[in-house]
Design a protein. Structure first.
Length: 115
């Protein structure tokens, strides 16, 4: 299962980016989706998660109030709207599909926030 992330880029502090991730057809039902990121020299960390219905959302404290996760189950996509970006948000962003103890990842998209 290969997820495909896009939308990264270079932006100044205070700017916005919208990441997107395409999910291939899978034989999973009602799966959650998430975004993680990895900064240089640091471990990959959780950013945001969303339930199948979209009713349940979860965010890392560092992005609450600035990032919004959403999904479209018809188009099989998940998005991350990132506003008021900070240099600390710099990193490679990965979309994630956890299923029965396994984690499926996209190839990552680079986000660089300049001060």
């Amino acid at each position: 299962v290969q997820l495909q992330a896009s939308g990264g880029g270079l932006v100044q502090a205070g700017g916005s980016l919208r990441l997107s991730c395409s999910i291939p057809r899978v034989n999973f039902s009602r799966y959650v989706l998430g975004w993680f990121r990895q900064a240089p020299g640091k471990e990959r960390e959780f950013v945001a998660g969303i339930s199948w219905s979209g009713d349940s959302l979860d965010y890392a404290d560092s992005v609450k109030g600035r990032f919004t996760i959403s999904r479209d189950n018809v188009r099989r996509t998940v998005h991350l709207q990132m506003n008021n970006l900070e240099p600390e948000d710099t990193g490679v962003y990965y979309c994630n599909l956890p299923w029965r103890g396994r984690h499926y990842w996209g190839q990552g998209t680079q986000v660089t926030v300049s001060s």
